[in-house]
Design a protein around this ligand. Sequence first.
Ligand code: GLU
Length: 314
Amino acid sequence: METTRLAPSPTGALHLGNARTFLVTWALARQRGWRVALRIDDLDGPRIKPHAAEQAIADLKWLGLDWDGPPRIESEHCPEFAAALATLARTGAIYPCRCTRSEILAASLSAPHSDEHELRYPGTCRPAEPTCVDPVLLDDPQLSWRFRTHDVAEAFNDHFAGPQSFNTQRIVGDFLVGTKGCLPSYQLAVVVDDAAQGVTQIIRGDDLLSSTPRQLRLQHELGLGPPPAYRHLPLVIGEDGRRLAKRHGDTRVAHYRELGVRPDRVIGLMAEWCGFGDRTELSAGKFRERFDIERLPRKAISFTVEDDRWLRAE
Ligand code: GLU
């Protein structure tokens, strides 16, 4: 069965941008009869906040979204990530790295590439040839683990954004798969989790487009079967053109809820962002009936002061 997932990272409450991606994912899945899995990506970065997972679930429910089955809590599956790292170590696809963040930062100042998830790694610890590594070393708390990349452009077809091509080595170099202490990086965790949840359809923000070839490589090396279909959506940005964040004021779904705004109003604004035409209040159910992915704008969507006023019915 086709399966998609809602995968909030509990690094803070859902803002209108995340919520729009989840609404689109949910509506498309319910239109097409896909299973909707929920996952809490609580290993995603050092900025995990207590109670943010409960808050994200409460926000999704308040908007009128639902899912099938209990959530998968990423941090409860560490043995699965360790097993994946062991598989990669045995085939020589990864190698141990002793570099500190400040060493990488110093080296990358002369070769300034990186993406949102990591700094470009200059290859300091990379062995000349792929070398099988004894998985016992995975328990060494001094070592992190990196995936060997090649200087090639890797192409894939995004079902929304169209044909894509990225050279991972030029963007981030040999990327992290395991951090010191044998915790998975975002790139590895997402691949293992999606496989465990049987995810075949991934819908997410286009800030993750360039991560996709990394995830496709990991899926292949781990023998996880056919890759999922990807749809990367343009982000919601502020009027300054930057990705929606604290600097744009309080754009959390919970903030509007606390102000007494009804969910139908929030969905109404998102419906306009999704190409429905004029904004009017709308339930999640009505949004699902009328949603048409073909009408979704292909450019970033701007959240304006005027949008905020409309939400608050001023
Ligand atoms: N938890 C990630 C996020 O909120 C999504 C991960 C993914 O879709 O790959 O950005």
